[in-house]
Design a protein around this ligand. Structure first.
Ligand code: KG4
Ligand code: ZN
Length: 340
């Protein structure tokens, strides 16, 4: 069983060849650097780049893995959520390969890719909690099993990664802002700026990040000296506030689970923001209070990648599976669309 997967929902163009022994035969992630100067992803530029890069890295992946495309059993690609242009490029390209080779095609939900990423490298005890922390989404799930995802809360405004990116932009930094903020925060005082803590009620499982971004904006506007020290202190204060919020949500979700008499022993954090070490250490420390451990995906599955898409396909593929060439990409695809 050999799976070929593509991921093109945002600004990473990625392909992966995975076999049934869970061996990654090739995995290429091309991060489009051209968005850096714009402070965010420009959809039209992203689609054009996907179109140019996808063919190149597909050829490279088959060459590297020494696999003949005719030996692929299943083709799959991200069909949403994401930017429509990129989704159209990825789904059309991958379906064409499937048709050309006379093999089935499976559309994959990008959120499920992130959700299942820690099941690749951890032994899982169901049910467990999942914090999905990306540039486009911030959601809290109870994962009962593969295909059984119960959303307990989500952001009411900005996504967590979006907040990192917007704050970085306000501080004159390039895109993506998350890794830059994490680096600058190491040299700053995390108590220097007092930022707001939205939805701070113990029973609220939703998130809100736009108020913090506005607070940063106001402080930046009042200050005429945005020097390195200011940037470091703001990065540290902002990152600490984000970790406070996540720690607080972990506490709230534990109270909720206790009320519902649901026992969990694992908390997963997934998506690009989950690669932030400060967030991980804070969550790990808090999880210990509830006798839980924090589980993470392998390093190459934090940010957008095709390996997580191939891994979902591997989990879903059964002998009864019917090819789905008529499926359409959906920029707003939700987790509810996943069929049991
Ligand atoms: O999961 P991802 O690659 O793409 C989406 O599905 O959106 O997440 C990208 C987001 C960006 O907003 C980026 O700034 C953020 O993840 N990010 C980080 C870090 N690395 C990436 N945020 C905080 N700390 C990091 N180290
Ligand atoms: Zn993603």
């Amino acid at each position: 069983m050999i799976i070929f997967a593509t991921e093109t929902s945002c600004d990473e163009t990625s392909v992966c060849i995975l076999n049934k022994e869970k061996k990654i035969l090739s995995h290429i992630i091309h991060t489009q650097k051209e968005h850096g100067k714009f402070g965010g992803v420009v959809p039209e530029i992203a689609s054009r780049s996907h179109l140019q890069i996808l063919q190149k890295i597909t050829k490279q992946a088959f060459y590297e893995s020494n696999i003949n495309i005719k030996d692929v059993n299943l083709f799959c690609s991200t069909s949403g959520p994401g930017l429509m242009g990129g989704l159209l490029v990825g789904t059309t390209f991958t379906k064409s390969l499937a048709i050309g080779c006379g093999k089935p095609y499976m559309p994959i939900n990008h959120l499920e890719g992130h959700i299942l990423s820690p099941t690749f490298n951890n032994i899982i005890n169901y049910p467990y909690i999942c914090f999905l922390l990306t540039g486009g989404h911030t959601q809290l799930y109870l994962i009962r099993d593969i295909n059984k995802y119960e959303m307990l809360g989500e952001t009411l405004d900005d996504a967590i990664g979006e907040a990192f990116d917007k704050v970085a932009k306000l501080l004159g930094q390039s895109y993506p802002g998350g890794p830059i903020i994490e680096k600058k925060a190491k040299k700053g005082d995390d108590k220097y700026f007092d930022l707001p803590h939205p939805l701070n009620k113990k029973n609220n499982l939703n998130f809100s990040f736009s108020g913090i971004k506005t607070a940063v904006n106001l402080i930046v506007k009042k200050n005429n000296n945005i020097d390195e020290k200011f940037i470091n202190n703001m990065s540290a204060s902002f990152q600490k506030k984000i970790s406070d919020i996540l720690e607080n949500k972990l506490h709230s979700v534990m109270i909720y689970l206790e009320q519902e008499k649901i026992k969990v022993s694992q908390i997963s954090i997934v998506g690009g923001v989950a690669s932030n070490k400060n967030i991980f250490y804070r969550m790990e420390k808090k999880a210990k209070d509830y006798n839980c451990s924090v589980i993470l995906p392998p390093d190459f599955m934090f940010s957008d990648n095709a390996a997580m898409i191939a891994w979902v396909a591997m989990n879903k593929y059964t002998k009864k599976f019917n090819s789905d060439l008529l499926s359409k990409p959906n920029p707003r695809l939700s987790i509810d669309s996943i069929k049991l």
